[in-house]
Design a protein around this ligand. Structure first.
Ligand code: PMV
Length: 364
């Protein structure tokens, strides 16, 4: 789809919001974990290279938006029951920058209530889940204005992905079930820098029920935000080689995902995780987000794989926590390994058992 074909961009409800228009909508949306990483952006939240992720299930945001006709746009944001102006400001900034797509907001007051199912102290970024959940709510409000048949939960996921991307890059991938690809690649027809597409129909069954056990190595806020990290790619001397390699990894990973080739999957996934952190280490200024226990876990995982031939691998987000990825059929063995050998490296022995999930879902 070319930008000119994204007809839904020009289909915003521009009419008069009816008197008495009020109510609430609710959506939940999961976090996602990238295998091929998005690291470096250009223009208006466009990726420097395509990325692929698993959609998670247990780590998600649940958002309710109360709406009411008003004389002008009003907005309040509550996080886990308390007003949270800092996070609210991020959503408001996104809305103000994109008001042309949501002109009806000029006639509405919104009160947003959001919560995450994962603990605050886990260090898991919530912008992908929370921004995509909010965008789904916004789109449902619009669909209620457009007509009574809409608002049934069948929202246009491509449009949702586009707006989620504008709110927070990787959020573009969270709306789809199983796995998503964000970024244009010749290896996948219909792929785009503007929004993510679903890979659900191009997956070997083994990947549709994959597990992700998230080992919480450190729950503190990161010393360098993802935003700053993306920006530092601009002066990074390795950036061109990185983008070329990411493109190649996308091609090979897409093939492996289709055929169920776990060796290639493991090889690319671990290399991508280490490359992401290597890029941070050779940024200027350089920085390190891994902790000693991150490396201890990586070491143990590789030893366990060599000794037991279990198809278990790790990936990392922009932080010290380790995501362990493995087929559902290996769950018992891997969970025993986590409890016996790895949880000791986690804050309060804390880890989260997650798995591939179904994307955004309507709450009410
Ligand atoms: O969506 P952002 O701006 O938080 O960036 C996400 C970057 C990584 O999580 C490190 C990689 C990715 O593709 O999700």
């Amino acid at each position: 789809m070319k930008t000119s074909e994204m007809s839904w961009l020009n289909e915003a409800f521009k009419g008069e919001v009816p008197n008495g228009f009020q109510g609430k909508v609710g959506w939940q949306s999961p976090s996602n974990i990238a295998l091929v990483k998005y690291w470096g952006k250009r223009g208006k939240q466009l990726p420097q290279n395509p990325s692929i992720s698993f959609t998670l299930s247990e780590c998600r945001s649940e958002t309710i938006v109360h709406y009411e006709k008003a004389d002008n746009f009003g907005f309040q944001f509550f996080f886990e029951g308390k007003e949270n102006p800092a996070f609210g400001a991020k959503i408001e900034k996104f809305l103000n920058e994109n008001l042309a797509y949501f002109p009806f907001l000029n006639q509405l007051h919104l009160k947003v209530e959001s919560r995450n199912t994962f603990p605050h102290s886990s260090g898991i970024a919530s912008s992908a889940s929370s921004m995509s959940a909010f965008v789904m709510c916004l789109m449902e409000i619009e669909s209620l204005l457009v007509g009574p048949s809409a608002g049934s939960g069948n929202l246009n996921l491509c449009k949702a992905s586009y707006f989620s991307r504008l709110a927070s890059g990787s959020a573009a991938r969270s709306v789809y079930p199983k796995m998503a690809l964000w970024g244009a690649t010749e290896a996948y027809e219909g792929s785009s820098d503007e929004y993510a597409v679903s890979l659900e129909n191009d997956l070997h069954p083994v990947f549709k029920t994959f597990r992700d056990s998230i080992l919480i190595v450190c729950g503190e806020t990161k010393s360098v935000s993802s935003r700053a990290g993306h920006a530092l790619m601009e002066g990074n001397p390795y950036a061109p080689a990185r983008y070329a390699q990411a493109n190649e990894n996308i091609i090979n990973l897409l093939t492996a995902l289709k055929s169920g080739d776990l060796d290639t999957f493991i090889n690319i996934t671990e290399s991508e995780a280490l490359q992401l952190h290597a890029l941070m280490m050779c940024s200027n200024p350089s920085y390190i987000l891994m902790k000693p226990n991150t490396l201890r876990i990586i070491d143990e995982v590789r030893r366990f794989r060599n000794e037991t031939h279990t198809p278990l691998c790790f990936t990392l987000d922009a932080g010290p926590n380790v995501h362990l990825l493995y087929p559902e059929s290996e769950a018992e063995k891997v969970e025993r390994f986590i409890k016996d050998a790895l949880s000791t490296y986690c804050v309060d022995n804390q880890w989260i058992a997650d798995h591939v999930g179904d994307g955004s879902k309507k709450l009410m």
